[in-house]
Structures are given as structure tokens and as C-alpha cells.
Design a protein around this ligand. Structure first.
Ligand code: FPP
Length: 238
């Protein structure tokens, strides 16, 4: 791998293709999600190794509620299991946990587990952050932020003139987290699928045909190398 490199500070991932991976192995879709959760653990390790401070993953979208009940239940169980099993490891590895999305829609049992994990893993001194997007939709987040800003105007806490991009960002679920530099989407799709619509404005996009459970360390390094080869212009002329 190229050693004089510019690394993304924040990687966002749309972990797509669990279902197709399962189909290709003649397995149940839930087995694909299980392998997907396993691979998230691996990718967390690659991020540690490559000093990526922020990782945000799309684990459950607002649209995913429309999947068959059994699949939603399997994903909820996996999430509970992940939070239970990983909290201590995340703590020991100096990682903070953030959750973005409308978690009020999650089952009580999941909400409780999220709360427990957040209590133990909201540690400002931990500079690395894992953000789970749960019951998340970019449009939903923007609408919730707009409502919160409007409420603060009505209550006289802020004025209309004070609203600018920085202030608006501070009302989003991702407040305080820098925007992603790199968006990785697996399974060959070229869509944002309602993920971090505001925050991905200047991200470099990377798509690979690999299904999420097959997104290995080599694939991760390929994505970093690809990012390194891009000239980021932020709308300017370089
Ligand atoms: C997309 O695959 C993936 C999801 C809808 C959920 C992502 C979830 C995981 C990786 C595992 C659970 C996560 C945690 C944090 C425990 P798909 O089902 O849309 O795949 P397909 O497009 O091939 O059907």
C-alpha cells in the first residue's frame, strides 16, 4: 500500500448485500446479516489499525421497517447481541459510541440496550467514534432538526438571522462529528439511499461489487488507496 497517503478522518459505510451474499451461499437472509455484523467487527479493527477516527455505518434505515417482520426481528436481535457483546471491547479500545436516527421507533428492548451502551460509551475523552445509524433516514433527520430549530425560534432561544450551516449542523443527530470524507457502498449499488444527505455533501464516493460480508481487509485497503488518489476540491479550482 502507498505509504505517503492522505487518510480519511471519517468513513461512512452503506453495508449492502447481506441478503445477496446469503442467497449466493444458499443460506437464509438472517445468516447474511449475521455475517454482516461479524464483518462490522472486522472493519472496526481495520479502522483502529489505520487510525480512522470516525466510522459511521448504516445498520438500519427508516425504510427497513417495511421488511418482513421476521427479518426485522432478526436484525433487532443481532443489534442487541452486538451492543451487549461489543460494549466492553469498544470501551477498552478507546471508542465512543454514538447513535443517529429516530430510535424512538425501535422496540423497547432495543431502546434499553442502546441506552445502556450509550451510558457506558459516551466518553468525550475517547477520540475515536463509532456511529450506528439506526432507524435512520437523512430526510427524517433534516425534518427533525428543522422542527427543533423552529421550536427554539418560537421559544426565543435563537433568532432567524442566527441560522447558518454551522448552526443547522448542530441540530442534526451528528452534531460535533466531522462530515464523512469517504462513503463506501458495497454490493455494487450507486445510490445514497437516504443516508447522511446533509453530511455527505463533499464526501468522496467509493463503490465495490463485493457484498458486505465479503468486504475484507484487502478491500478496505483498496478503498483507502482509491481515496488517496482523489483530488478533493470542495468546489474550488486546484
Ligand atoms: C443491507 O443488506 C444491510 C442491511 C439492511 C442491514 C445492515 C446490517 C448489518 C450489517 C448487520 C447488523 C448490524 C449491526 C450493527 C449488528 P440487504 O439485506 O439489503 O442485502 P441485499 O440488498 O443483498 O438484499
Amino acid at each position: 500500500m502507498n505509504t505517503t497517503r492522505s487518510l480519511p478522518k471519517h468513513i461512512a459505510i452503506i453495508m449492502d448485500g447481506n441478503g445477496r451474499w446469503a442467497e449466493s451461499q444458499e443460506k437464509q437472509r438472517s445468516e447474511g446479516h449475521l455475517q454482516g455484523a461479524e464483518n462490522l467487527r472486522n472493519v472496526l479493527e481495520y479502522c483502529s489499525e489505520y487510525n480512522i477516527d470516525y466510522l459511521t455505518v448504516y445498520a438500519f434505515s427508516t425504510e427497513n421497517w417495511n421488511r418482513p417482520e421476521a427479518e426485522v426481528e432478526a436484525l433487532m436481535s443481532l443489534l442487541i447481541e452486538f451492543l451487549k457483546a461489543e460494549t466492553e471491547k469498544l470501551y477498552n479500545n478507546g471508542i465512543q459510541l454514538r447513535v443517529i436516527g429516530d430510535t424512538s421507533l425501535m422496540p423497547e428492548t432495543v431502546q434499553k440496550e442502546i441506552k445502556n451502551a450509550l451510558i457506558r460509551l459516551t466518553i468525550p475523552e475517547h477520540k475515536r467514534v463509532l456511529t450506528l445509524a439506526l432507524s435512520y433516514g437523512g430526510r427524517n433527520e433534516i425534518v427533525r432538526a428543522t422542527k427543533a430549530i423552529s421550536r427554539d425560534i418560537v421559544e426565543g432561544k435563537i433568532t432567524l438571522d442566527e441560522i447558518n450551516e454551522d448552526l443547522f449542523s448542530s441540530y442534526l443527530d451528528t452534531a460535533g462529528i466531522p462530515d464523512p470524507d469517504l462513503l463506501i457502498r458495497t454490493a455494487g449499488e450507486l445510490r445514497l439511499s437516504n443516508f447522511m444527505l446533509w453530511q455527505l455533501s463533499y464526501a468522496e464516493l467509493y463503490s465495490t461489487n463485493k457484498y458486505w460480508p465479503d468486504f475484507t481487509k484487502d478491500e478496505f485497503i483498496k478503498a483507502l488507496d482509491n481515496f488517496n488518489s482523489r483530488t478533493r476540491k470542495f468546489g474550488e479550482i486546484k
